[in-house]
Ligand binder design. Structure first.
Ligand code: GDP
Length: 541
């Protein structure tokens, strides 16, 4: 069998957003226009396809990262639904690990919100190239420009506006495409047939200025284009798009689009942008791992002929078919009925069924090839973060790199006037330290800081005093504020080299560590796989 799509025609993407920005609605519309849903679901009546769990429907939040495939103009788009709620940032991380690109959705009336900063920083950490969608352009107070400014100011990003909105708030109609210089209007109720027409006369001048600015921004980032630009040579649409694609993939810029998912406006140009500007599996660096026995460092490229390697990024209990393990295949081919090794657990696994999820159906498939995403039914031992590999060429892929904070306290400045200074200090400290997080508790409005233990937080509070001159009151410690203490949070792999027997052989041992509560603090339990973890490998708390 050969590939249905060439590898450069896959897009593994996630829709990333602050809760309520419209991630679910946007995902739903993408699936609708990409031809696989027969009716538009609605978050408000609880009928969307990516929100799987009843609990989610009740709460209206997405806590499950299901992957759904869609087709758009000869491309396969695998949409990995990432949760937006702060309580589930560990989930966001897990999905970021397997995506090649992201669409970050913002609410046009809010621009960048505190939690968008969190997910943005996580996406930075995983080097996920991004484009932005300024949603809710139909709402009172919506501002495309203001939102772009906040992306620049608050995220320190380099946003490039690719459109100019047409119409304002309730009269929002569509946008000018600054590459083609055509207006795209959405007039029918379902927005199924966008009208491509001339730019309205009153917007021509503004559109020309916006285009000039866009070209300048793109040219500045591209060695080839800048020469042409400076010499006033004509730049073709293809050259412009290719240069922007390079810039987005290199995370030097983010292309920004606008629309209203709810009103079915602007979504198709966004899907075009996913294809045009976000990377294919060929555009991202090879995945890294270590040989499960020798510890040798290995890179795996998205090559069908290489030994199989895949990462389990989500376990979902599907109400109809059972326990599904969503995998991203990095190299080789995973075949239905075949056998794989889970090298971390040293267990053989049989691939019972391979299933591709579409918005409107599940499809049994015979194989999943490098660069693609699907779900396996029938795995017994494998969990989120585990590698599955060829038995003869066992590899453990790089797993999720940072543990989640396990302890939280509320914090406030001793002097009320220091609120901004404290915010600034906390922001800077959290930038430095990925295991230190800050957020505002939605119910109490209090600032809450989270970290790896009391000492960790004490040190940071002390640094705030010494380096930023902010004195703070700290509340009572809450252990494991965001994760239940009794279940394994995620596999934290600690590798060490151990001399085995007298034969001078060196091997790697991978441990699963389960955080568990001990008195006031938190300790990591050192068992599960492969015996006892040497004391020095247990994270200091
Ligand atoms: P999520 O939490 O990011 O997944 O956001 P949802 O898709 O659940 O949307 C949150 C709320 O915003 C819902 O009530 C949606 O109906 C509403 N919403 C989503 N997109 C738009 C939009 O383009 N315009 C308006 N006015 N409301 C929207």
């Amino acid at each position: 069998m050969s590939r249905e799509y060439a590898l450069d025609r896959y897009r593994n993407i996630g829709i990333i957003a602050h809760i309520d920005a419209g991630k679910t609605t946007t995902t739903e519309r993408i699936l609708f226009y990409a031809g696989k849903t027969y009716r538009i679901g609605s978050v408000d009546d609880g009928t969307t396809v990516t929100d799987w769990m009843v609990q989610e429907r009740e709460r209206g939040i997405t806590i499950v990262s299901a992957a759904v495939s869609a087709e758009w103009k000869g491309y396969q788009i695998n949409l990995i639904d990432t949760p937006g709620h702060i309580d589930f940032t560990a989930e966001v991380q897990r999905s970021l690990r397997v995506l090649d690109g992201g669409v970050v959705v913002f609410d046009a009336t809010q621009g960048v919100e505190p939690q968008s900063e969190t997910v943005w920083r996580q996406a930075d950490r995983y080097k996920v190239p991004r484009i932005c969608f300024i949603n809710k352009m139909d709402r009172v107070g919506a501002s495309f420009e203001g939102s772009i400014q906040s992306i620049k100011d608050r995220l320190g990003a380099n946003p490039i506006a690719m459109q100019l909105p047409i119409g304002f708030e309730a009269a929002f109609k569509g946008a000018v495409d600054l590459v083609t210089m055509k207006a795209i209007l959405f007039e029918d109720e379902l927005g199924k047939e966008p009208i491509v027409t001339d730019i309205p006369a009153d917007l021509v001048k503004e559109a020309e200025e916006a285009r000039a600015k866009m070209i300048e921004q793109v040219a500045e980032l591209d060695d080839d284009l800048i020469v042409k630009y400076l010499e006033n040579e004509p730049i073709s649409e293809e050259e412009l798009k290719a240069a922007l694609r390079r810039a987005v993939i290199a995370s030097k810029a983010t292309a920004v689009f606008c629309g209203s998912s709810l009103k079915n406006k602007g979504v198709q140009p966004l899907i075009d942008a996913v294809v045009d500007y976000l990377p294919s599996p060929l555009d991202v660096p090879a995945v890294k791992g270590t040989h499960a026995k020798t510890g040798e460092e290995i890179e795996r490229h998205p090559d069908d002929d290489a030994p199989a390697s895949a990462l389990v990024f989500k376990i979902v209990t599907d109400p109809y078919v059972g326990r599904l393990a969503y995998i991203r295949v990095y190299s080789g081919v995973v075949k239905q009925g075949g056998q794989l090794l889970n090298p971390g657990k040293d267990k053989k696994e049989r691939v019972g069924r391979l299933i591709r999820m579409y918005a409107d159906r599940r499809e049994d498939i015979e194989e999943v090839r490098a660069g693609d995403i699907a779900a396996i039914l029938g795995l017994k031992y494998s969990f989120t973060g585990d590698t599955l590999s060829d038995s003869d060429k066992p590899i453990v892929l790089e797993s999720i790199s940072f543990p989640e904070p396990v302890i939280s306290v509320a914090i406030e400045p001793k002097t009320a006037g220091d609120q901004d200074k404290m915010g600034d200090a906390l922001y800077k400290l959290s930038q430095e330290d990925p295991t230190f997080r800050v957020h505002v508790d939605e119910s109490t409005g209090q600032t809450v800081i989270s970290g790896m233990g009391e000492l960790h937080l004490d040190v940071l509070v002390d640094r705030m005093l010494r380096e930023f001159r902010v004195q703070a009151n700290v509340g009572r410690t809450r252990v494991s504020y965001r994760e239940t203490i009794t279940r394994p949070v995620e596999k934290i792999s600690y590798r060490y080299v151990k001399q085995s027997g007298g034969r001078g052989m060196y091997g790697h041992v991978v441990f699963d560590m389960t955080p568990l509560e001990r008195g006031n603090g938190v300790q990591f339990e050192n068992k599960i796989v492969g015996g006892t973890v040497p004391k020095e490998y247990i994270p200091a708390i």
